[in-house]
Design a protein around this ligand. Structure first.
Ligand SMILES: [Zn+2]
Length: 338
């Protein structure tokens, strides 16, 4: 079959690969309904993450099960399923505590920017729908797999409460999903930090009440001005740079929680300033599996429309253009039709 392969920085190709097969009795093979490009795929694409050689890309997925291994019990061929980018057994102690992204058997999904993909640990990872969803819901169900699940986790980790004042640092797809999540959790005020007109508009549509375009000291001052000099109750950090992490910590009031889901690249925190900030921090790879059933229900009942975050829709064959558009920030997130 033809699928996505990253050969090196800036060199993504649509080329021949082996069709996936059941390798373990706990595997499933799915036929992708759609797939997409993640902001985190841009780290190796930009040469900012070392690569061992050509790599199969893609970890966000939803689709129809076509085959299962002999030990798979909870999904069967013909069912529509959504899974997380973290593969988990959903039975170990970490999974039981709701931290499936630290499962003792954890693996990371790969090879999903393709017509077919192998999903290890199928029973623990995949959640089936009762009926085949209509086509127009596919982008939103795909968003649940990573960006919505991650934005939701950021809001959950930041303990967004009804009526709370929330700051969202980052206007990428995850940040926008964080705005949506905070709104669903009943936040009273949602301050989105964004400099891009189109992203600001989507943030406002998803529930942001204020937009802050400044960064650094000016951004912190603006957040203080909007919160009577106090700072936010909950802060969602959705970027992963030194600047964004500092922005998050300095936007939080004493006693606030910060949910940080941007994979840190070059972030160093000073112990004493962290100590005196008196904030709590919880982050890491999102345990999307914990939220999947609830988020899928919200999509299937048309309560939320996270699929609007896809502002570029291309056939899988044009995957290279999809990466370029995101790299050049011409697109927030690219959906790939298979
Ligand atoms: Zn586990």
């Amino acid at each position: 079959m033809l699928a996505t392969i990253l050969h090196g920085p800036g060199d993504v190709r649509y080329g021949h690969v082996e069709e996936p097969e059941i390798l373990k009795p706990t595997d499933a093979i799915i036929k992708l309904s759609a797939t997409c490009i993640c902001g985190s795929d841009l780290w190796p694409y930009r040469g900012l993450q070392p690569m061992a050689g050509p790599a199969r890309m893609g970890h966000e997925y939803c689709g129809v099960v076509v085959a299962v291994g002999s030990e798979v019990r909870t999904v069967k061929p013909g069912q529509f399923v959504v899974g997380s980018f973290c593969l988990s057994d959903n039975t170990c102690p970490h999974c039981q505590f709701g931290f499936q992204s630290s499962c003792v058997q954890r693996e990371f999904m790969s090879g999903a920017q393709a017509p077919y993909a192998r999903v290890p640990l199928a029973d623990g990872t995949l959640v089936p729908t009762a009926v085949m969803p209509s086509d127009d819901l596919i982008p939103s169900l795909l968003a649940v797999s990573d960006v919505l699940g991650t934005g939701w986790y950021a809001a959950d980790a930041a303990r967004v409460q009804p009526g709370a004042t929330v700051v969202v640092v980052g206007d990428g797809a995850v940040g926008l999903m964080g705005v949506l999540a905070a709104k669903q959790m009943g936040a009273g005020r949602i301050i989105a930090m964004s400099r891009h007109k189109q992203r600001q508009e989507l943030a406002l549509e998803y529930g942001a009440t204020d937009i802050v375009t400044e960064r650094g000291d000016a951004g912190v001052a603006q957040v203080r001005a909007l919160t009577n000099g106090i700072g936010a109750d909950s802060v969602l950090e959705c970027v992963g740079t030194q600047e964004s992490m500092q922005q998050a910590i300095r936007s939080a009031r004493p006693g606030a929680m910060i949910g940080y889901v941007g994979v840190p690249h070059g972030v160093e925190l000073d112990g004493q300033s962290l100590f005196f900030s008196q904030t709590g921090m919880l982050g890491g790879p999102a345990p999307v599996r914990r939220f999947l059933p609830h988020l899928m229900d919200l999509v299937l009942s048309r309560t939320i429309n996270p699929g609007k975050v896809f502002d570029l829709d291309l056939p899988l064959a044009d995957v290279a253009e999809g990466y370029r558009a995101m790299d050049e920030r011409r697109a927030i997130k690219t959906l790939l039709r298979v």
